[in-house]
Design a protein around this ligand. Structure first.
Ligand code: ADP
Ligand code: SF4
Ligand code: SF4
Length: 594
């Protein structure tokens, strides 16, 4: 048995707790130093002397300790360990030339760690913390595998890797200048036009990088990686901030890289439709977030995604999740889940200086989840603000409701503890086991309760904002892109909660989303926005999912089928037999299993 102990230094507060982890440790009481205070002022667990009794875990008031037992064979597969009692990554994904490999796994499970290693920006220490490894030694460790050649060429400086990092908001700090100049600089003598058009950057060429929105920065970063060229391309979460059309275009551009059969491409993402569309093979990461991650694969594309949804990795014979993420084919009865009184809105217009939104008259039934889809900059958030009563329409009318809970697209941090903010939203429910098991734990907020909102990372703040919005008792819930930064499991939890809250609280829920799998899972009807982004938007009234998806997908020119095994919606490869047949029939969103 391999014992892995991790102390989360972001949570450990030895000056506040009185170090009960050390005081109550049974071996320590017998003069065996299984845990002691380290030189850095934090406790250190000796994994060989620790008996795994778990007493320190129970005594720690800040949930800073995790101890897991792993099969000893895994020890040989240790690739990287950040430090003593730190996160460990076991095994690496690999990729053959001419292939796009998708990486699927929870937040904090080691995907970025693996990608940084493959990019050559993090040298794996194989668990040996004292002596640094050279690339030569690392290559030797992988003797006889495809990775050996990869690292050997990297060691010899014969391997070029283009890397799009996860956090694109840092780009303007590192790179200065206009979009066109930056891309030309990176591309050297290669022409930039094709990539610029694929990623819809032409109108931004003269714009300074510091003035770009999240979606624009993301497209710039993807274009930059493509233009940099090389033997291997790595894209860490490329779908964030992009709308569906941009995701499809980005996926096509990424797929274009392997057409010559030479390049290798890795993509990590939480949008399953996107990953399904872009990848040829899948590697799954499982383990415990922040503690350890194991890489499993390769799986064929459909097997990989289905395996992930099932929560069981057949290659390792490991169940890594105690529930399955299941999709059902929508039937008219499930689509018409709403009952009771409806809310109506009249035709509205909202005009800003250079943008105009027209909203058609519509209604939502009690218990419904209305999915809202459409490109970025088409007025979805404006509609949500009109519904929320935050904005008046052109006639000066403001919609008033008895109670409303709103998660904005970009939640603003404020000076308040997470626990106090959630108490305000949830009231006494916060102390119940149900709240803990349904909201706090699945969204990973149980470990953030004592933090100040102002200190949270972007992803943590998003998870908090979703929890806060769902915690309030309200008649209407408006959620603007709740999936941002959430992993597949968290998205599923949110989707399930939305459906249940709508039914149980007799609420009306509006969900703006670009993750079509989440929309397919949670929505009862669909509101499709069309028009010209940034100029004029048109909000259709809610329609049933089939009509809504048909309208939306036909504008994008993509078709969906249902996976036979899992029922999940899958994007057809453009020009495939099914794609052509469905387009001919006008059935972009296939409801029958195909
Ligand atoms: P993912 O990309 O799957 O979300 P990461 O590879 O970013 O996962 O992180 C895996 C774990 O490694 C996390 O617990 C993270 O806090 C930890 N980690 C990442 N970088 C470092 C670092 N430089 N030092 C210590 N721990 C790190
Ligand atoms: Fe000590 Fe038990 Fe904690 Fe190990 S698990 S450090 S033996 S208290
Ligand atoms: Fe205190 Fe927990 Fe840190 Fe131990 S691990 S010093 S109990 S906060």
């Amino acid at each position: 048995m391999l014992r892995v102990a991790v102390i989360d230094l972001d949570h450990c507060q030895p000056t506040k707790c009185g170090t009960p982890c050390i005081a109550f440790c049974p071996p320590v009481r017998n003069k065996i130093e299984a845990i002691k205070m380290g030189e850095n002022g934090f406790p250190v667990i000796n994994e060989e002397l620790c008996i795994g009794c778990g007493i320190c875990i129970a005594k720690c008031p800040f949930e800073a300790i995790s101890i897991v037992n792993l099969p000893s064979e895994l020890g040989e597969d240790l690739i990287h360990q950040y430090g003593v009692n730190s996160f460990r990554l076991y095994r690496l994904p690999f990729v053959e030339p001419g292939t796009v490999t998708g990486l699927l796994g929870r937040n904090g499970i080691g995907k970025s760690t693996a990608l940084s290693i493959l990019a050559g920006s993090l040298k794996p220490n194989l668990g040996r913390l004292e002596d640094g490894q050279g690339w030569e030694e690392v290559a030797k460790r992988f003797r006889g595998t495809l990775i050996q050649d990869y690292f050997r060429r990297m060691a010899e400086g014969r391997f070029q890797v283009a890397y799009k990092p996860q956090n694109i908001t840092l780009i303007p700090r590192a790179v200065k200048g206009k979009v066109g100049e930056i891309l030309t600089r990176i591309a050297g003598s290669r022409p930039i036009h094709e990539v610029v058009d694929q990623l819809e950057l032409r109108h931004l060429l003269d714009r300074d990088v510091s003035a770009l929105s999240g979606g624009e920065l993301q497209r710039l970063a993807i274009a930059a990686a493509i233009l940099r060229g090389g033997d291997c391309f790595i894209f860490d979460e490329p779908s964030s901030f992009l709308d569906v059309r941009q995701r499809v275009r980005a996926a096509s551009a990424i797929r274009g890289l392997v057409e010559s059969g030479e390049a290798r491409v890795f993509v990590a993402d939480h949008d399953l439709s996107f990953l399904d569309y872009v990848s040829d093979t899948i590697f799954i990461f499982y383990g415990e977030s922040g503690v350890y991650g194991v890489v499993s694969g390769p799986y064929s594309l459909s097997e990989g995604v289905n395996t992930y949804l099932e929560g069981y990795a057949p290659l390792d014979n490991v169940r890594f999740r105690n529930y399955e993420i299941a999709f059902s084919v929508h039937t008219p009865s499930t689509q018409d889940a709403g009952g009771g009184p409806s809310i109506y809105w009249l035709r509205m217009t909202k005009t800003y200086e250079s943008f105009r939104l027209v909203v058609e008259e519509g209604y939502a039934k009690m218990g419904e989840v209305i999915g809202i889809v459409g490109p970025n900059g088409i007025g979805k958030s404006t509609f949500i603000k009109l519904l929320a009563g935050q904005e008046k329409d052109d006639e000066g009318n403001r919609i008033e409701y008895r109670s409303l809970s709103y998660k904005p697209q970009h939640p603003e941090p404020r000076d308040q503890l997470v626990i106090d903010a959630l108490k305000e939203a949830a009231g006494r429910a916060l102390d119940t086991e149900l709240y803990r098991s349904e909201i706090l734990k699945p969204l990973g907020l149980d470990r953030l309760l004592d933090r100040n909102l102002a200190e949270l990372s972007g992803g943590e703040l998003q998870r908090f904002a979703v929890a806060e919005a769902l915690s309030r008792e309200a008649e209407i819930y408006l959620l603007d892109e709740p999936s941002a930064f959430l992993d597949v499991e968290e998205r599923y939890v949110v989707a399930r909660l939305l459906k249940r809250l709508a039914r149980e609280r007799g609420a009306y829920i509006f969900l703006v989303e670009h993750d079509l799998m989440l929309i397919d899972f949670a929505a009862t009807r669909l509101m499709v926005f069309s028009g010209r982004p940034g100029i004029e938007g048109y909000a259709n009234p809610p329609m049933n999912l089939r009509d809504g998806f048909n309208r939306f997908l036909s504008e994008l020119g993509i078709t969906f089928r249902r996976d036979k095994k899992s029922n999940r919606p899958r994007v057809n490869k453009p020009g495939s037999r099914l794609d052509k047949a469905q387009k001919e029939m006008g059935e972009y969103y296939y409801v029958e299993a195909a």
